[in-house]
Design a binder for this molecule. Structure first.
Ligand code: ADP
Length: 396
């Protein structure tokens, strides 16, 4: 009896203990389930963070390259591959197998040894030279020993060069009219009572002329720097070259009549161009044909309709342009024989502006000349523009 009672008690105790054990195990199971869910969500978050980091690296405007202590590539983002025209599968490869730029090797050597540095160098991809700024720095992280950012500074440097040239050209060119003005003003101040009416009027004419030169210089320079900096957006349309040239001849009729010059226009062609900008380019050429073409010598304009382009030849019969000067006349401020040109108003910027405008249209400008017999400026303008908006317009 007692034995049976003890057995029952033992059974109850064992059952209770088993229950306790089951409860503990269940609690542990629940806890590990919770921990597992937590780990899964942490893993998920890490996964998304990694994707976001990669996307951020890929979306960077700068090239990014990271290497380990053996100089093997660990990270190379899309911009880096673009900058150096490199195929995508570079991860794990030694740097020297992928690039041949000594500046990069040197900068990474220094960075691996713990030194930050900034390098400037040029790389040639295809036909273009790119100016690159490289900022390399050591990285204290597992697997990565050094990283570098690569910034394409070609455009910034070009704009900086334009700005520097602009300032030096401007101050140089502005000196002559300013000196003329100063000396006229000084003569007025010191000799005001002793000047004859004729001398007085002459001084006033000099001052008015130098002021006009200054004004023209400032206007042309502002226009040229806008065009050079790429601040001029072309609005492409179909342009009937014959109609535009006829209109320009009408605009210049009075100026031409003063020099007893007549225009003859022949041919026609339609091109894709910005009507105002292309008119501005031809206006400079007609203005020059009148200024340098010589009095009573007619100006001929021939328009040819070629399969891909409209070609305009403007011929005058003035002194022409010596061979050595033909490429120089398109440079800013260049005037042939400055002393002779002093008589003829101009800033020396017209052909520079014209050339830039024609190049922006994807066209070309050339000059032919037999010195003493005159000059022919030849402008070739494509019928279809490389600009997509213009292509749509041109196909209408
Ligand atoms: P600008 O006429 O204001 O001096 P341009 O840039 O238009 O400046 O021309 C630069 C120079 O090229 C002129 O000063 C002149 O010496 C020369 N030139 C331009 N057109 C002709 C031409 N049709 N015949 C002879 N010389 C020319």
């Amino acid at each position: 009896m007692i034995i049976a009672a003890v057995a029952v008690i033992l059974l109850i105790v064992a059952g209770w203990l088993a229950m306790q054990r089951i409860r503990t195990l269940e609690a542990q199971l629940e806890k590990s389930d919770r921990e597992r869910a937590q780990l899964v969500s942490q893993l998920e978050a890490l996964h998304w963070q990694r994707i976001a980091n990669l996307q951020m690296l890929e979306g960077l405007g700068e090239g990014l390259l990271a290497v380990n202590s053996d100089h093997r590539i660990i990270i190379a983002n899309r911009r880096f591959l673009e900058l150096f025209s490199i195929q995508p599968n570079v991860l794990g490869k030694p740097l020297s197998e992928v690039l041949r730029v000594s500046h990069i090797f040197d900068a990474f050597d220094r960075a691996i040894e713990g030194e930050e540095s900034i390098e400037h160098f040029s790389v040639r991809t295809g036909v273009v030279d790119k100016k690159i700024e490289m900022r390399a720095l050591p990285v204290a992280s597992e697997g990565i020993a050094a990283a570098a950012l690569f910034i394409d500074v070609t455009n910034t440097e070009r704009l900086e060069k334009i700005r520097r040239n602009f300032i030096s050209d401007f101050s140089h060119e502005v000196r002559t009219p300013l000196a003329g003005l100063r000396s006229a003003v000084e003569t007025f101040e010191t000799n005001a009572e002793r000047l004859s009416t004729e001398e007085d009027q002459q001084l006033r004419r000099i001052m008015a002329r130098q002021l006009r030169r200054l004004e023209r210089l400032v206007e042309d320079l502002a226009e040229l720097s806008r065009i050079e900096a790429g601040d001029v957006t072309l609005e492409f349309r179909s342009v009937d070259l014959r109609r535009m040239i006829d209109d320009l001849c009408e605009d210049f009729a009075e100026q031409a009549a003063q020099h007893r010059i007549r225009f003859s226009v022949d041919g026609q062609a339609v091109v894709c161009a910005d009507p105002l900008r292309i008119q501005q380019a031809f206006s400079n050429l007609l203005d020059n044909a009148i200024k340098y073409g010589g009095d009573a010598r007619d100006v001929e304009i021939a328009i040819a309709d070629e399969p891909d382009a409209g070609v305009v030849r403007i011929t005058d019969h003035g002194d022409g342009i010596p061979e050595g000067e033909r490429s120089r006349i398109f440079r800013r401020f260049y005037r042939i024989d400055k002393s002779r040109s002093q008589e003829i108003p101009g800033s020396g910027l017209g052909l520079s502006i014209t050339k830039h405008l024609i190049l922006q249209h994807g066209g070309t400008i050339d000059v032919e000349s037999a010195p003493g017999e005159g000059a022919t400026f030849i402008v070739r303008l494509p019928k279809r523009s490389s600009n997509p908006a213009a292509r749509a317009e041109g196909s209408r």
